[in-house]
Design a binder for this molecule. Structure first.
Ligand code: SF4
Length: 232
């Protein structure tokens, strides 16, 4: 994420096309109201579990945690690592993910005494830097936590975002562009303020939906709502 004083100039002038994409996808799929979770805590754990796996597998792992009353800071803090591994096994890469979750929970204890409220009050730039210093938390995971759990105006970039930007020639080389630059693109053109938190929330969810349904490795353009961009 660019810092407060960054010069966004290079990424200006794309708001029309970005808002057009948003509007087309919103018309097609309707409001998304992400993240699919019952609590902000569950969002944070889900953001780690979803790395390199399908959402179906995340749901199984979350369900295991839920039936064992483990969906709280305190419960995950207390449980031993090997037991945690067993509970989240369906999410894949469970040895690593259990360590990542433990590291994250230790961080929330150390820095915020398990207070979600204090985490939400933290400055977004400071919180992002702190999250990125935790083992196993990369940019997409950190930004998912910031946006969907902590309700901060931070745009999440994923592989589908890159693919759609590239295929519609909105940013040449988007597939290989730095994460922070693509994030700049959205955050320069759709102001990162309180009013746009909902737009950021839905926009990423809509992109994921379009990607899963249409913008696959082999694109299904004929039925995709974004096909109309080609005709503009
Ligand atoms: S499937 Fe085709 S029309 Fe749809 S977003 Fe991908 S490239 Fe665009």
């Amino acid at each position: 994420m660019a810092d407060k004083n960054d010069d966004f100039g290079k990424w200006e002038g794309k708001s029309d096309i970005l808002l057009k994409i948003y509007s087309i996808l919103l018309d097609k799929f309707g409001p998304m109201n992400w993240w699919p979770a019952k609590s902000d805590f569950e969002v944070m754990i889900g953001a780690i579990l979803t790395q390199n796996t399908s959402w179906k597998n995340v749901e199984k792992a979350i369900n295991n945690l839920n039936v064992h009353n483990l969906l709280s800071f305190e419960a995950i803090y207390e449980i031993d690592l090997n037991s945690l591994k067993q509970h989240i096994k369906p999410s894949g890469y469970y040895n690593q993910k259990a360590i990542k979750i433990k590291e994250f929970i230790n961080f929330t204890k150390r820095e915020y005494n398990f207070s979600l409220e204090l985490m939400k009050k933290e400055d977004v730039f400071i919180m992002r830097e702190k999250l990125l210093r935790i083992f196993g938390i990369g940019e997409e995971t950190a930004d998912s936590i910031l946006l969907y759990a902590l309700k901060k105006p931070v745009f999440v970039i994923d592989a589908y975002t890159r693919r759609i930007l590239e295929r519609h020639n909105i940013i040449k080389g988007a597939l290989k562009e730095k994460y922070e630059n693509l994030q700049r693109l959205f955050m320069k053109n759709i102001t990162p303020d309180e009013a746009n938190i909902k737009v950021y929330n839905q926009y990423h969810a809509l992109i994921v939906m379009a990607g899963k349904m249409f913008c696959k490795r082999t694109p299904l353009c004929d039925n995709c709502p974004l096909k109309e961009l080609e005709e503009m």
